[in-house]
Design a protein around this ligand. Structure first.
Ligand SMILES: C[S@@+](CC[C@H](N)C(=O)[O-])C[C@H]1O[C@@H](n2cnc3c(N)ncnc32)[C@H](O)[C@@H]1O
Length: 249
């Protein structure tokens, strides 16, 4: 059983409350040998992965160079890359190699960067491996990361909702529908086909409770009438704390 106690310093735990999702979703992974995480920040998540999967090789990627607080040992390697550059991601994944058991994408959270990592990363995941796309709420129509790049375009969230919806209602996805999704879209036709073919299972979670403490001021002293922290931060926004968990076919 995965232990998420040591994640308490990360927003995975105190803000998004993804810890229970991790516990549940990662319980099916066995014999984990290779893990990739995009987005290191202070290194807490990489340290947690290293503790939980001591036999696994962990590849962390960030736009930052190696920071003094990041744990250095034989199991962990760090790469500097920009998620905006597909070639950077491809070079990184050429180094990690395929047969990755788990990819956690927790980088910039810009929809275009999420798309770049998703499209490239799925090719390197092993069968039944798990891809966690954290903070996919940045593609929610009400989120400013989404609206800053346009309106009503197909983002990773839109595409995953489309695939999940068609599968749930038992309707086959035809070529004309895919062509429609390439208009005003982050994805081209082949990228959509490849994702439809490689993703076996899609779960999208959304935090429905309050964060444990405020990301802005660290307080847990909320105004419950307006569901805001006393510092003014919204603790119950519509476009917040959504994460997608994908299993590879
Ligand atoms: C949310 S933090 C990662 C937190 C970490 N995964 C954890 O749970 O402890 C996001 C990280 O993404 C990195 N980042 C921001 N823009 C990036 C980009 N364009 N390419 C790669 N990394 C980026 C930031 O430097 C930051 O370290």
């Amino acid at each position: 059983m995965i232990n998420t106690n040591s994640l308490e310093n990360t927003d995975k735990f105190f803000w998004h409350r993804y810890d229970s999702i991790y516990t549940q979703e990662l319980s099916n992974l066995e014999n984990v040998k290779k893990i990739v995480e995009f987005g290191i920040f202070k290194g807490d998540s990489v340290r947690w992965l290293n503790r939980e999967y001591p036999e696994a090789k962990i590849f962390g990627a960030d736009i930052l160079p190696v920071q003094s607080e990041w744990t250095i040992n034989d199991a962990i390697s760090y790469y500097q890359l920009d998620q905006d550059k597909v070639s950077d991601i491809q070079n990184f994944l050429n180094i990690t190699g395929n047969e990755i058991d788990l990819i956690i994408e927790d980088g910039s959270h810009f929809p275009k960067h999420q798309k770049n990592c998703l499209v490239e990363g799925m090719n390197y995941l092993k069968s039944n491996g798990i891809y966690i796309l954290e903070d996919i709420h940045t593609s929610h129509p009400q989120h400013d990361y989404y609206t800053k790049d346009g309106k009503n375009y197909i983002s990773p969230l839109h595409l995953l909702l489309f695939i999940e919806h068609h599968r749930s209602i038992g309707v086959e996805i035809h070529e004309d529908k895919i062509k429609e999704l390439t208009k005003n879209s982050l994805f081209n036709f082949n990228e959509i086909i490849n994702l439809i073919n490689t993703i076996k299972d899609i779960k999208i979670y959304r935090r429905s409770t309050l964060p444990l403490k405020c990301y802005n001021c660290n307080s847990s002293d909320y105004n419950y009438h307006i569901l805001k922290c006393k510092c003014g931060a919204d603790v119950y926004a519509e476009a917040d704390s959504m994460t997608a968990v994908l299993t590879k076919r």
